[in-house]
Design a protein around this ligand. Structure first.
Ligand SMILES: *Cc1c(COP(=O)(O)O)cnc(C)c1O
Length: 338
């Protein structure tokens, strides 16, 4: 059905026939009045599935993370997060620009975690010189790496001891859970809030859920309104999200198998340095001299990549095992030539 093997991101998936049917048949209402039964069902289902009191549907993950930051922090408060965190690096500085929240970034270690001694040292004393450190924001998966439960137990204990709220950017929480062989709810237990994307590995066209206590979600609702993220007959999108939660969670492990196969095949090619895939992402270093022309060559063979010295290749719902073989053949052809 898809003429190309698109490895740029797991966000490129298109809703299939069954998901579109669910969208077409969705019962809808005006969600500003709380009247959309499909949105309400999605939120209730996600909350129950992930072990939180409540959930709130946002149009995007960027807005859900920003909504979480602005619900946890007031003007002049501070969030501690990783240099590589999506919320710090790839969300246009929204927390600072729109929330007046000071970011305190710390270097991520090679496994994606933050050194908790550094986290503790970064917490500011209660003194008029300093911003008020309010929030610790972590991410799982981060750059395709899954972080295990033991680390979060320690991080959450530190946050609790020092009076910080906690947020998890779980855009790809289900990938992390599949990698670790855990239930997603066990992986995010203990966080005050969690953001989970429906539009990545789960394959919905849009939507991210922010989960937390009923009180937290009640306050986040005002922030979402302020940010312009409260939609009307969004049951059309929620139906896709419900379909995704019901049908596309268990299959995420297939994406990891495909990524492993992709990494193994690329590892056979001369000159490529391939990092072992942990979840659905493969990172490949391409020698500088071979980069020019690579993506055009692949594109002519129906394989789409984002070029770069350290290329990220992502598997997803719309790339099957045959697609991986096709990508490997195209890469193989290029490196045989050059
Ligand atoms: C994709 C992503 C988001 C949110 O992205 P949107 O494109 O705004 O939906 C947030 N965090 C992480 C880790 C992501 O990968």
């Amino acid at each position: 059905m898809h003429p190309v093997v698109d490895l740029r991101s797991d966000t490129v998936t298109r809703p299939g026939v069954a998901m579109r049917r669910a969208m077409q048949q969705a019962e809808v209402g005006d969600d500003v009045f709380g009247d959309d039964p499909t949105v309400n069902r999605l939120q209730a289902r996600a909350a129950q599935m992930l072990g939180f009191e409540a959930a709130l549907l946002f149009p995007t993950g960027t807005q859900s993370n920003l909504g979480a930051l602005m619900t946890h922090c007031g003007r002049g408060d501070e969030v501690i997060l990783g240099q590589e965190a999506h919320t710090y690096r790839y969300e246009a500085g929204g927390g600072a620009v729109l929330g007046s929240i000071q970011p305190q970034p710390l270097a991520n270690r090679p496994d994606g975690t933050l050194d908790l001694a550094q986290v503790e040292a970064a917490i500011k004393p209660d003194d008029a010189h300093f911003a008020r450190t309010r929030l610790l924001a972590l991410e799982n998966t981060i750059g395709g790496r899954a972080i295990g439960r033991g680390y979060f137990d320690e991080a959450l204990a530190l946050a609790k001891r020092r009076g910080l709220a906690t947020h998890l950017d779980g855009a790809r929480l289900f990938n992390a859970a599949a990698k670790l062989g855990m239930q997603a709810r066990d992986l995010c237990r203990g966080f005050d809030s969690v953001s989970v994307c429906l539009s990545k590995g789960l394959g919905a066209p849009a939507g991210t859920l922010l989960l937390g206590s009923a009180e937290f979600v009640g306050r986040a609702k005002r922030v979402r309104k302020m940010l312009g993220g409260t939609m009307r007959q969004s049951g059309v999108l929620a139906a896709a999200g419900l379909y995704a939660l019901e049908h596309n969670v268990a299959r995420i492990a297939e994406d990891h198998v495909n990524a492993d196969r992709l990494a193994a095949g690329l590892g056979q090619l001369p000159g490529l340095q391939v990092e072992p895939a942990q979840t659905n992402m493969v990172f490949v270093r391409v020698p500088a001299g071979k980069l020019a022309g690579l993506s055009e060559y692949l594109l002519r063979r129906g394989v789409v990549v984002l070029p770069g010295a350290r290329m990220r290749l992502v598997t997803h719902l719309d790339v099957d095992a045959a697609g991986v073989e096709r990508a490997l053949a195209a890469f193989g052809g290029y490196f045989a030539l050059t």
